[in-house]
Design a protein around this ligand. Structure first.
Ligand SMILES: [Fe+2]
Length: 191
C-alpha cells in the first residue's frame, strides 16, 4: 500500500513502536529472571513498569487521533530481542551474563530512542502537540533507562572481567560479589 503522507508514515511508525513495546513487555521478565545482580534486576523491573505506561501512551495517542490501533510487527525489535534471548540461554558466569544482559538491554533502548526521536519530531511537524509531549516523555524515559544501564555496567563489566582472569580461590560473601559497594571491585583490583 502506498504511503502518501508523513501523517500516514507517522501512524505506521507508531503502530510499529506499539508492537515493539509489547515485545519488550514479554521479554523483560525473562531478562530479570536471568540476571544475578539485584541492582540490575531492580532496574529492569522498574523499566518493565515504565514500558507498560509507554504502551498506554501510544494507545492514548491513537484514541486522541480517533484512529484504530493495530500493532504492526516490529521486525527490528524482534531481531534485537531474539539475539538477547540467545544470550540468556547460554551457559555463562553470572557476572559475564549480567554484562551480556546489559548489552542486550541497551540495544533495545537505543532502537527505541531512534524510533521515538523520529515520531516525536514528526508529531511536532504535524502539529500533534499533545502526542509530541507524550512521545518526548517516553523518549526521556528510554534515555534515563540507558543511562542507568551505563551506570550499572561500570561495576558489572569490571566484575565480569575480574571473574574471567582471576582464578584465585578467594571466597567472597556472595552478596558482596553481587552487590559490591561503589567501586569496591576497582579498588580491589587496584590494591
Ligand atoms: Fe519503551
Amino acid at each position: 500500500m502506498k504511503v502518501n503522507s508523513l501523517q500516514e508514515l507517522y501512524v505506521d511508525e507508531l503502530k510499529d513502536l506499539y508492537d515493539a513495546e509489547n515485545q519488550i513487555i514479554k521479554a523483560l521478565p525473562k531478562m530479570i529472571d536471568a540476571a544475578s545482580s539485584e541492582e540490575l534486576q531492580n532496574a529492569l523491573t522498574e523499566h518493565l513498569e515504565v514500558t507498560r505506561e509507554q504502551a498506554k501512551r501510544i494507545e492514548q495517542i491513537f484514541q486522541n487521533m480517533g484512529e484504530k490501533l493495530k500493532a504492526e510487527k516490529c521486525k527490528g525489535m524482534e531481531g534485537v530481542i531474539k539475539e538477547g534471548a540467545e544470550i540468556l540461554s547460554e551457559d555463562m558466569d553470572e557476572n559475564v551474563k549480567d554484562a551480556a544482559i546489559i548489552s542486550a538491554a541497551q540495544r533495545v533502548e537505543h532502537y527505541e530512542m531512534a524510533g521515538y526521536g523520529t515520531v516525536r519530531t514528526w508529531a511536532n511537524l504535524l502539529g500533534e502537540s499533545e502526542a509530541e509531549e507524550l512521545l518526548q516523555e517516553t523518549l526521556d524515559e528510554e534515555k534515563e533507562a540507558d543511562e542507568k544501564l551505563n551506570q550499572l555496567a561500570e561495576q558489572i563489566n569490571v566484575q565480569a572481567e575480574a571473574g574471567a582472569d582471576e582464578e584465585e580461590p578467594e571466597v567472597r560473601p556472595s552478596s558482596q560479589q553481587r552487590r559490591p559497594k561503589k567501586s569496591s571491585s576497582r579498588s580491589r583490583r587496584a590494591a
